[in-house]
Design a protein around this ligand. Structure first.
Ligand SMILES: NC(=O)c1ccc[n+]([C@@H]2O[C@H](COP(=O)([O-])OP(=O)(O)OC[C@H]3O[C@@H](n4cnc5c(N)ncnc54)[C@H](O)[C@@H]3O)[C@@H](O)[C@H]2O)c1
Ligand SMILES: N[C@H](CO)Cc1c[nH]c[nH+]1
Length: 239
């Protein structure tokens, strides 16, 4: 697609998620002038869970991303240690039943389970991590959503598992990973648009702002920039 072939014409932009190799390939062709949507690499999920969460749901959500690949990342930020202990027990129970248990178990070795007593600190951490997927397992998830600054896609409340975003709810699930949600959004219609600007000045308009352009161009030593304005202002003056 990036270079074209007899069967596939060269494209301008490549979209879509993939493993670390697919993401690296996209980034390499980007250096050669092919636009890409964003780095959408191996899956991640972060769950914020408070004392109102259902540990079995949280465990299922963590496993749903851990089963993707050994490089999937899973993070639980909980409001107390009891939640962590209960989620751990549930995770162990559910893990052994999975067909991809070996992969999920390896991914879990890199997972982090963190207790943050203060909700603001919890969201500071989550915003710094900038997860691809963020699940807020709390009764007041819609209110806590206001604290989210960096995330690819956010799932609110106890009945919004991340897998509904993958298959059915309709939000796009090509999303920025590896902290890139700090600077990128997931794929949306916007990803397929370019913005072209048009402008036209009349004589009056150029008289009004021309001097500012001349001054700035002169300050930068860009004589030709300045002249493009000066030559016109002189013509206007001499008419
Ligand atoms: N960020 C996102 O939005 C998002 C969404 C969905 C899936 N994903 C991730 O995509 C991956 C799964 O996607 P998929 O099933 O479409 O397939 P994939 O991205 O794993 O693609 C498979 C391709 O990877 C290449 N590949 C595998 N091992 C390689 C290696 N060692 N060196 C070079 N190339 C290698 C193969 O040639 C194959 O064509 C998972 O990692 C998943 O977490 C990310
Ligand atoms: N959960 C994966 C990472 O976002 C996406 C996926 C895989 N299969 C279907 N959807």
């Amino acid at each position: 697609m990036a270079f074209g072939s007899a069967a596939v014409p060269q494209v301008y932009k490549i979209f879509g998620p993939g493993n670390q190799y697919v993401t690296c390939a996209k980034q390499l062709v980007n250096k050669q002038g092919i636009a890409i949507d964003m780095p959408a690499g191996p899956s991640e999920v972060a769950v914020y869970a408070d004392e109102r969460c259902t540990p079995a749901f949280v465990a299922a959500d963590l496993l749903s991303q851990a089963e993707h690949g050994i490089d999937s990342q899973v993070l639980l930020v909980a409001s107390n240690v009891k939640i962590i202990d209960e989620v751990k027990i549930e995770t162990e129970k559910q893990l052994v039943l999975l067909s991809r248990k070996d992969i999920a178990a390896k991914a879990l070795q890199n997972s982090k389970l963190i207790v943050m007593n203060n909700v603001d600190e919890a969201f500071n951490l989550l915003n710094e991590y900038a997860p691809e997927h963020l699940i807020i397992a709390a009764d007041n998830a819609a209110i806590l959503a206001n604290k989210v600054i960096n995330a690819g896609s956010v799932f609110l409340g106890h009945y919004s598992p991340e897998s509904v975003g993958d298959y059915a709810s309709g939000t796009n699930h090509t999303l920025p990973t590896n902290g890139n949600a700090k600077a990128y959004s997931g794929v949306s219609l916007d990803s397929f648009f370019k913005k072209i600007t048009f402008q036209q000045l009349n004589k009056e308009g150029l008289k009004n702002i021309g001097n500012a352009v001349e001054l700035m161009a002169a300050a930068e030593g860009l004589d030709a920039h300045k002249n493009a304005v000066t030559i016109r202002l002189n013509e206007i003056k001499n008419k």
